[in-house]
Design a protein. Sequence first.
Lengths: 196, 196
Amino acid sequence: MKRHGVRPALAEQILRLSAFHTYPAPGVLIGAFMVDYALELLGASPEEKLYGVCETPKCLPDALQVMARCTIGNNRLRILPIGKFAITLNAPAEGATAEAVRVYVDLAKLKEFPTIDQWYANSPSYDKEAMKDRLQDEIIAAGRAILSFERVRVTVERKKKWRSVTCPCCGETVPDYLIEGDRCGACGSRKYYTKI
Amino acid sequence: MKRHGVRPALAEQILRLSAFHTYPAPGVLIGAFMVDYALELLGASPEEKLYGVCETPKCLPDALQVMARCTIGNNRLRILPIGKFAITLNAPAEGATAEAVRVYVDLAKLKEFPTIDQWYANSPSYDKEAMKDRLQDEIIAAGRAILSFERVRVTVERKKKWRSVTCPCCGETVPDYLIEGDRCGACGSRKYYTKI
């Protein structure tokens, strides 16, 4: 990374992020540059309470979790299955919306980086085994050169007030707003396991 | 934690998890004991490739992410908005289902721990400011004593095959399976920002 001019503090974060993700996936490497850029554009530090939206569940959320401290569990990360490599980041706001910065992989800029372009488009010409090292190198060399940003206004989600109710099917409690008619999600549309 | 007999390796993981979550929330503390228990029941190490399901987005997913290395971004964590403090954990499986262990907060066992019981039920009698230290102490003292488990069979989700398609509204690309009729989610039902 040093060879490509990645500053030491960012390189250290990329290593920490890769360890969390369990390997340096292309998507988390790009994500590291995206979050780093978004923090700078927002003039914010990860020590502040920030809120992120990630437009894909693939790889990218982990960069927001590790580098901007917006985690799924601390309720500061929203993941929307839109399918774009894009994030927004904002500071806390009082009203129903907040000013945010949106950083995204710019398809026009990808034309200068043919391996990233093929990988990003899921092109049949991208051969993972033969090209993964070249892809990684190209991502680190590109850094922010494949990214663009825009200032946006995002909707803010407030915590829901709730009371605990007992599901008549399983006898367990869930928040009232998650009851599906006469049963909880686990006994209804979210059923995902059977007892052995 | 030492006073309550938490073994040093688990105590260290609880500190690491609390740092990731940004604070030692009650839900992540309980989550730490849950993941630790699930790993033991499964006879698995976090170095293995494990898959987790979390039945709430609140706090608990962070324990699976940090301690079992099932992250949102690495596609080994599914979050279902059921509203229960429960997780399942399984090793990789070939077929359409996998044997898993489900660990959950057992409501009957909570009766021995009145502060946790009030907090878990979101009871009006739980006063966060006055009782949060007692709650934390009770959670650490309880450890696994509030948990139960069952062996279950979970459905396995495979990666979707996809090709990249261009949204006619915004001109950006998304995976084909995320197109909503004639537009992408960001131009359709998932719209969450406006440009400034």
